[in-house]
Design a binder for this molecule. Structure first.
Ligand code: ATP
Ligand code: MG
Length: 364
C-alpha cells in the first residue's frame, strides 16, 4: 500500500499544497519549524483520524481559519481511493471517495501506517499508560475482537468505579465484577499473542540496526497467566478480584485489571528503561516498529506505509546507514530530516527528495 499524494488546506502551517510521494523511499528535508512533522502528522491523521501529538484536533487548523483538511490518494494493489479528513473547530468529517463516513471504525486503517516519532521515547518513562496505549492501537488495528473487548471492558470498568463511589451492595458488586472477566480474558489472550509475534522479530531487527548481537524481548506483565483452559483463567480472575476487594472498597476504585498491566523491554535481560542509552533506546523503538510493520504484512499480506520522524538524531552513522539499508524498497517510507546529506549514506537506493520551507514544497 502506498500514498501517492496529499492535498493540504489550512492544515497547520500549510495553506494550500499538493505533495506527491514515490512508492519507495521519500526523504523530507527542511530546517526546524518548516513543517516536516506537520506533513507526517497529516498522513497519520488519514490513517487513524487522530494526530499523534495532540488530543484536540482544532489545533490542526491553520491559525485563524474555520476549518482545515487533508486529502490523500491511496493505492492498494489494483485499488485506488481517496481519503479525506476535514477538521472543524468542533468535530470533523471523514470521507472515502467523497462519500461521508459516519463511523470512525469504517475509516481507520483504510490507510495503514506505522509511525516512529521522537515522542515514542516516552515509551521508556515510568508510566505504563503510554506503553499500553501504543500496543492497544497496534493490536486494535489487527484484531476487531480486541477493539470490541477493550471497549466493553473500559465501559464496565467505568460502571464498577462509579458504583464503588456510592453505597455498595455485595451482590451487585459481584455482578459488576464478573461481567469484566470475559473481555479481560480476550484482551490478555490477544496481548499475549501479539507480544509473542513481536518477540519473534525483535532481536533480528535490533541486530540488523546495531550491527551487534543481542537478545531483545518484551515481557508482557499480565494480571493473570494465560491458560489453555479458560475455566482456569476464570478462577484466576475470581481470586484476583477477591484479593483486592477490601482495597477497592476502601479506595472506591478498581485496583486491578488489564487497565493496570504493563510491558517491559529487556536487552540481554537488562531492563531497557533503566540501563540503555538514548541511542540504544531509539534502536529498540525502531526495531519494534519494524516488527510491527512485518506483523501487519504477515496478516494483511501488504506492507503499511512507514513514517519515520527525526529518527536519525541520536543514532550513530553506522546505525543510520543500517536502518536505511534494512528497509525493503517495497515498503513506502517517508523520512524527515534537517540534513539532506543523510541520504548520501544510501546513494545506491532510489530515493526521492521533498524540500519543505514554511509549509510549502520547494523544488530541489
Ligand atoms: N495550527 C497552526 N497554524 C499555523 N501554523 C502552525 C500551526 N500549528 C503549528 N504551526 C507551525 O508549524 C511549525 C512547526 O512545524 P513542524 O513541527 O512540522 O516543524 P518541523 O519541520 O518538523 O521542525 P523540527 O525539525 O524542529 O522538528 C511551527 O512553526 C508552528 O508555529
Ligand atoms: Mg519535526
Amino acid at each position: 500500500m502506498y500514498i501517492s499524494s496529499v492535498k493540504l488546506r489550512n492544515y497547520r502551517n500549510y495553506e494550500s499544497q499538493v505533495i506527491g510521494f514515490e512508492k519507495g523511499m521519500n526523504i523530507i528535508v527542511g530546517n526546524n519549524g518548516e513543517g516536516k512533522t506537520n506533513l507526517l502528522e497529516s498522513i497519520y491523521l488519514l490513517s487513524t483520524t487522530r494526530s499523534h501529538r495532540i488530543d484536540d484536533n482544532k489545533e490542526l487548523i491553520l491559525f485563524d481559519k474555520e476549518f482545515g483538511s487533508v486529502e490523500g490518494t491511496i493505492i492498494s494493489g489494483e485499488n485506488r481511493f481517496k481519503l479525506s479528513v476535514v477538521v472543524y473547530k468542533k468535530g470533523k468529517t471523514l470521507m472515502i471517495n467523497n462519500s461521508l463516513i459516519k463511523k470512525n471504525s469504517e475509516f481507520i486503517g483504510k490507510l495503514n501506517a506505522v509511525l516512529f516519532a521522537p515522542d515514542d521515547m516516552s515509551l521508556f518513562d515510568d508510566s505504563p499508560k503510554i506503553r499500553r496505549r501504543l500496543f492497544d492501537i497496534e493490536i486494535g488495528k489487527l484484531s476487531t475482537i480486541y477493539m470490541y473487548s477493550l471497549n466493553n471492558y473500559l465501559k464496565y470498568l467505568k460502571e464498577r468505579n462509579n458504583y464503588l463511589k456510592g453505597n455498595v451492595d455485595n451482590l451487585m458488586l459481584e455482578t459488576l465484577t464478573e461481567i469484566m472477566y470475559d473481555p479481560q480474558i480476550e484482551i490478555i489472550k490477544e496481548r499475549n499473542h501479539f507480544i509473542n509475534r513481536i518477540n519473534k522479530y525483535l532481536s533480528t531487527y535490533y541486530n540488523q540496526i546495531s550491527g551487534e548481537n543481542h537478545q531483545l524481548r518484551i515481557e508482557y506483565k499480565s494480571v493473570i497467566q494465560e491458560k489453555e483452559d479458560e475455566k482456569i483463567m476464570l478462577d484466576q480472575m475470581k481470586t484476583l478480584y477477591e484479593n483486592v476487594k477490601e482495597r477497592d472498597l476502601y479506595l472506591k476504585q478498581t485496583n486491578t485489571g488489564v487497565h493496570r498491566e504493563d510491558y517491559v523491554f529487556y536487552l540481554d535481560d537488562k531492563d531497557v528503561s533503566l540501563y540503555c542509552s538514548q541511542g540504544q533506546k531509539r534502536t529498540v523503538i525502531l526495531a519494534l516498529k519494524m516488527a510491527v510493520v512485518q506483523i501487519i504484512y504477515d496478516i494483511k499480506k501488504e506492507y503499511p506505509v512507514l513514517l519515520l520522524d527525526d529518527m536519525f538524531s541520536e543514532l550513530d552513522s553506522s546505525r543510520r546507514y543500517n536502518v536505511l539499508k534494512m528497509i525493503p524498497a517495497s515498503i513506502q517510507t517517508i523520512i524527515t530530516t534537517t540534513d539532506a546529506r543523510e541520504a548520501e549514506l544510501i546513494r545506491d537506493k532510489n530515493v526521492s527528495f521533498i524540500n519543505i520551507e514554511k509549509g510549502m514544497m520547494k523544488n530541489a
